[in-house]
Design a protein around this ligand. Structure first.
Ligand SMILES: *Cc1c(COP(=O)(O)O)cnc(C)c1O
Length: 230
């Protein structure tokens, strides 16, 4: 079995190659190592190989890992479904909350930020395929939600995130990624922001290269780094 360091190295090579195909700078793509359900020892292994950004789906698991690994210089991204009553576990430790789907979740997080902490970087999760089983807001709700979020003092809206419908062939994800990019461009214009919302979090183990070709700035990769989850 390849080591985590080898997996990370291999993924970085694939990120670099996808950037090259798309005429992009590899530094414009951030790799989030999705460590949900994986033990802290594996996070440390990835850290020692140079990885600094990790993604977690479960609020208490994030809190526990952030506490256990407080001595490490880790940026934690919360990427799971967030219940308001669990915001207290996420807000104090997250560098970014990627799954905002209502004004209420954002307000719950903002209320649990430590005093004096900067505004929390957030992404709106978009249910791009309109699947009943998926969280996130439908495309038509993105603009009104974004308007509410940018009015919140302790929330810093940075962009959009999505998980497209699962496809065996990752090429089939491309139109969904493209649609999110188009939405992001539209949002920047309609909100009349001085700076565009630059973050597009899209692409997982089986389709991150396609996502990068379609302008992803954050890719969330779990299995291809840490192995299958049981
Ligand atoms: C689990 C998860 C990932 C990582 O998925 P892999 O297929 O293991 O790479 C990425 N994003 C979200 C939101 C997830 O829940």
């Amino acid at each position: 079995m390849p080591t985590i360091a080898e997996n990370l190295h291999h993924i970085q090579k694939r990120i670099d190659a996808a950037c090259k195909r798309a005429g992009r700078d590899p530094a414009s793509v951030q790799l989030v190592a999705v460590s949900k359900k994986k033990p802290e020892a594996l996070i440390v292994e990835a850290y020692q190989a140079g990885q600094r950004c990790f993604g977690e789906n479960y609020a208490q698991e994030l809190r526990d890992k952030a506490k256990a690994l407080a001595g490490y210089d880790i940026d934690w991204h919360f990427i799971g479904r967030l219940q308001k009553n669990k915001a207290k576990y996420v807000a104090p430790v997250a560098a970014m909350a990627e799954t905002i789907d209502s004004p209420d979740t954002a307000l719950a997080l903002a209320a649990k930020l430590p005093a004096g902490a900067p505004a929390l970087p957030c992404l709106i999760e978009v249910n791009i395929g309109g699947e009943g089983s998926k969280s996130g807001v439908p495309l038509e709700s993105v603009l009104p939600l974004a308007r509410e979020l940018i009015a919140m003092e302790r929330i810093a809206l940075k962009g959009l995130m999505t998980i497209p419908p699962f496809q065996d062939d990752p090429e089939q994800s491309r139109p969904f990624f493209r649609e999110l990019r188009v939405m992001s461009d539209r949002l920047g214009k309609e909100l009349g922001l001085a700076a565009p919302l630059q973050e597009l979090s899209m692409g997982m183990s089986h389709d991150f290269e396609i996502a990068i070709e379609e302008s992803a700035t954050i890719v969330r990769v779990g299995t291809a780094i840490f192995g299958e989850r049981t």
